[in-house]
Design a protein around this ligand. Structure first.
Ligand code: AMP
Ligand code: GLY
Length: 423
């Protein structure tokens, strides 16, 4: 099988490593890729934002499967374009991708199919006063969300009314551009978070190992929301019993509902959940693999991952491609550039990756680049240092031991990744 992977982050490095290790892989390409991804994939010399160029490359190189990493091309309809050219792709169509690209769409959908989620209301830019009145009526804490894509940063958890009013004004004022032309205001949910990733062909599904992300920048879940500062998998909070409930109350009805609405969802359905006292509730859907969750999830996955994704893409999910959802535990610590998620300096040489890996950890690259044959920092989240072990504690220790052997100027990481899972 010939595979093309689209994307360039830590998620795509994790996908690349597992796809390349799948049996039956013949030629494996990536675009735009990153230096880590190119350890296992050949560079496809195309503009991956240009769907026509992607399709032409697929035809020329006899690509059997395109795996789309990030949400943006999915929301822009790359899967529809490739399907029209007869090229199987793992990911949802533009319509189905609305589960992530519009929070109002997702909330209205969940309400329609009685999928548990926070109470909400949505407001257009012409309804600014109504939005302010709504938060006055409901009180704080309350959560204000830009409707569209915002790289994981479009959510403001307002602890008091002043913050809530400010958030409404900032979002409608253009803080997130077009993504903030509409807002969703929702009830604040209390509990612990967990991420469930389901692989689906639009009808049937199978869940990968559960995971827990760490969205806030500082230890103890303080500070701003980021794209994710670390993750571990499996997450002990998701017991077999809870997983069965999540599948029955959330995953299955979502896949069924999307199909009934004439937009079957194919790809990875990511449910970001709050485990509340009265059960699991959806905080958000994503329409692709979670990052950094997938770096931990795939570190413990055993099976034919490429075969699994291909079977979903062609509408014939083959669960037998998985031999073990999770062999042991994994913990991924994100090494970021100090200053992220705001502005930060970059361009610093990175040292120690091979030392870290010789100790058994896997180092996924996200914001890296090559300059004169030297690996340098080039983004906010630079590396995903993933430790593996027979217990969560062993995986955490392995990850932090590896972190200690990696150095670049201006690095920052959280010191408490995984500790919640030990409780
Ligand atoms: P999202 O991008 O929608 O996942 O939101 C980012 C983060 O904001 C989540 O991971 C939660 O920590 C927090 N959050 C979002 N919605 C809620 C909510 N309704 N109640 C409490 N926290 C929330
Ligand atoms: N880790 C959260 C996300 O992928 O959006």
């Amino acid at each position: 099988m010939n595979v093309l992977l689209l994307g360039s982050g830590g998620r795509e490095h994790a996908l690349a490593r597992t796809l390349a290790g799948s049996p039956g892989i013949n030629n494996f390409y990536a675009s735009p890729g990153n230096p880590g991804i190119f350890h296992s994939a050949k560079r496809a010399d195309i503009d991956s934002n240009n769907f026509y160029e992607v399709a032409t490359f697929c035809k020329e190189q006899l690509i059997d499967l395109v795996v789309v990493g990030p949400e943006l091309p999915l929301a822009d309809g790359i899967v529809d374009f490739l399907a029209a050219c007869g090229i199987p792709a793992f990911g949802p169509t533009k319509q189905a991708a609305q589960l992530e690209s519009s929070k109002k769409f997702a909330k209205d959908f969940m309400q329609c199919y009685s999928i548990p989620t926070a109470k909400y209301n949505s407001f257009e830019a012409t309804q600014v006063k109504d939005a302010h009145d709504y938060v006055e009526q409901t009180g704080s804490p309350i959560v204000i969300k830009a409707d569209g894509l915002a790289a994981g940063k479009g959510v403001i958890v307002a602890l008091n009314l002043e913050e809530a009013h400010l958030a409404i004004n900032e979002i409608f004022g253009g803080m997130f551009g077009k993504s903030g032309e509409r807002i969703v205001i929702e009830e604040f949910l209390e509990g612990e978070e967990a991420s469930i990733l389901a692989i689906t062909d639009g009808k049937d599904f199978i869940t990968l190992a559960s995971a827990q992300d760490h969205k806030r920048i500082f230890d103890g879940d303080e500070g701003k929301n980021t794209g994710g500062m670390g993750a571990y998998s499996p997450a002990p909070i998701v017991t077999q019993q809870l997983l069965a409930r999540i599948e029955k109350e959330i995953i299955a009805p979502t896949i069924q509902g999307m199909s009934m609405d004439g937009m079957p969802f194919v790809g990875c359905l990511y449910a970001g959940l709050m485990i509340c006292k009265d059960g699991p509730k959806v905080i958000e859907f994503n329409v692709r693999f979670g990052d950094p969750e997938i770096q931990a999830v795939l570190a413990v996955f055993r099976g034919d991952f490429a075969g699994l994704l291909y079977s979903a893409a062609i509408g014939k999910l083959d669960k037998s491609k998985i031999s073990n959802i999770a062999e042991g535990f994994a913990c991924c610590v994100v090494l970021a550039s100090k200053g992220y998620p705001d502005s930060y300096a970059k361009g610093f040489p990175i040292e120690g990756i091979s030392n870290a890996e010789s100790g058994g950890a896997i180092v996924f690259q996200a914001g890296t680049a090559m300059k004169e044959n030297i690996l340098i920092t080039s983004g906010g989240r630079v590396l995903g240092v993933t430790g593996i072990g027979n217990s969560l504690k062993a995986a955490i220790d392995s990850a932090y031991k590896a972190v200690d052997s990696i150095h670049f100027e201006n690095s920052y990481y959280r010191k408490d990744i995984g500790t919640k899972g030990l409780k």
